[in-house]
Design a protein around this ligand. Structure first.
Ligand code: SF4
Length: 258
């Protein structure tokens, strides 16, 4: 097992090793979210001395505190704006994102450059446990001898633990995103991964967010969304979404309560 300082050396060595291939594909594109893993990744890129550009994918559902944190502490990070905003995307997909249907992440967060480095770690989920360090976007193996500038996902800190990421942030005296104090996570305001308390926090802080969400749900319902549930109203649909329950269970239960 590698220790923490070996992991730093290995990540920097990997970043330097793949730079010539990144250059074949318009250079390194470093994905930056404002979260701890991307701070660690960006710092390693800085320390490796390679050429890169760092980007933040705007979701239009971004906590203003996160945007402020990035603009203040990482002015070199470029903002990429999507064609559709969060509400327009829901209407296009005719549904609300859930943990099982995270179409917003694919649309907003998985945009990127050609040779994209991301602060993904195996420890984060079972799905990521078998991720390689580098892979072609079509999930085919990366082969240095045949590489011709195709789209690539590169994960230089894949082997790091959460505790090592924090240790690195501390050792480099990097700023800590204030969202960790409030929520313990950095992510969109209206996210299927956020808990009810977090969503209520944002609704209280930005009441227009709730109004816009209800308006979008109502417009989607006019277009057939949730028609399986005749008792559903925009308010009860929002309540269901915040509950993270199965819709069948939630609406039957609501019916029984009447
Ligand atoms: S962080 Fe949450 S709301 Fe934002 S794009 Fe990903 S799943 Fe969607």
């Amino acid at each position: 097992m590698m220790d923490y300082s070996e992991k730093i050396e290995k990540s920097i060595a990997l970043i330097r090793e793949y730079e010539p291939y990144a250059e074949m594909a318009c250079g390194y594109h470093v994905g930056f979210s404002g979260g701890k893993d991307s701070q660690c990744l960006l710092q390693l890129f800085k320390e490796s001395g390679v050429k890169y550009r760092a980007f933040y994918n705007v979701t239009t559902n971004d906590p203003p505190a996160n945007v402020d944190f990035i603009r203040k502490n990482y002015p070199e990070v470029e903002f990429l704006f999507p064609k559709l905003n969060f509400w327009q995307l829901m209407k296009k997909k005719k549904t609300i994102p859930t943990r099982l249907k995270r179409f917003c992440c694919s649309y907003f967060k998985e945009r990127g450059g050609i040779f994209t480095a991301l602060g993904v770690r195996r420890e984060e989920s079972l799905k990521r446990r078998d991720y390689p360090i580098i892979v072609l976007e079509n999930r085919k193996e990366f082969d240095k001898t045949t590489y011709k500038g195709q789209r690539v996902r590169f994960y230089p800190i894949i082997e790091w633990t959460e505790s090592e990421v924090w240790e690195f942030i501390e050792s480099r005296n990097l700023p800590i995103n204030p969202l960790y104090d409030t929520f313990g996570r950095v992510g969109c305001m209206l996210c299927p991964y956020a808990n009810k308390r977090q969503i209520i926090y944002w609704f209280r802080k930005y009441p227009k967010l709730r109004t816009q969400f209800l308006k979008t749900i109502s417009e989607m319902m006019d277009d057939g969304f949730m028609k399986k549930y005749p008792t559903a109203t925009p308010d009860s649909v929002l309540e269901w979404w915040m509950s993270s329950q199965n819709a069948n269970m939630f609406f039957n239960q609501t019916k029984l309560d009447f």
